[in-house]
Write a protein that binds this ligand. Sequence first.
Ligand code: AMP
Ligand code: FE
Ligand code: ZN
Ligand code: FE
Length: 286
Amino acid sequence: MRIDLHAHSNASDGTDSPAELVAAAVAAGLDVVALTDHDTVAGHTEAADAVHALPAGTRLTLVPGAELSCVVGDVSMHLLAYLFDPAEPAFAAERELVRTDRFRRGRAIVERCRELGADISWEQVERIAGAGSVGRPHIASALVEAGVVATVSDAFTADWLANGGRADVRKHETDPVTAVRLVRAAGGVPVFAHPGAVKRGRTVSDQVIADLAAAGLAGLEVDHIDHDEAARDHLRGLAAELGLLTTGSSDYHGARKTVRLGEHTTDPAVYEALVGQATGAKPIGG
Ligand code: AMP
Ligand code: FE
Ligand code: ZN
Ligand code: FE
């Protein structure tokens, strides 16, 4: 079983449509893929339709999910949420709040970039993002188009879009204890995404992780491209101490990042345990 529990489509900052993501998951030999777009479930229906349309003999299970933008003090963090009821009103309202504020903040970032001499426009970013939940990776793609930086990842420096960088502007983000409770109340299962991704900026303390565990966190994403061996060892120890599951996943973003689907995977027993905790939705297909 090859299980990848973190992937993005063009419903947020990935480049594959949800149907293309499903096809890519089959091509990568995955048995299970989770669709976890930032603050949105807009890709779920298309992905589910694509799974149902797979030819007989092709088996892929889709885990509908999302990745929520959260903040502790001024440290941003991401919370993966699986198999929640997308119609549950309190959690749906919070996702909507974050998505809406992404537009205000996106315009402000474009304005900052222009002041700093980058010839990009909001119209260009809108074209790049399409219907997707708009974020810094779309603006990074605009900076690449304008020849300001060579790659999307080169835009995530202090000069431009990195956390606290010259052109970074904050968006509304949810307190993660509140987010964990919202996910659970919607029948979903919350997992802390890349908790030790120091290359993205500051990370939260172990005490915050302990507080989230007490609030209902189910697991930590340990095997992730942004974690070195020391970070993984530390997180595995912490998970054991706090009674949390540990997952592995690619955080695939299509052509916007170099990571491949299935580059990191989750143990089947852990996957079964996560599914067993969910009451808001069921995995699709397979
Ligand atoms: P936003 O949600 O608009 O705040 O943008 C955050 C997204 O930017 C993350 O989900 C990643 O896809 C991307 N990102 C953050 N840090 C980096 C980095 N250092 N290199 C490349 N992409 C990054
Ligand atoms: Fe992303
Ligand atoms: Zn993330
Ligand atoms: Fe992600």
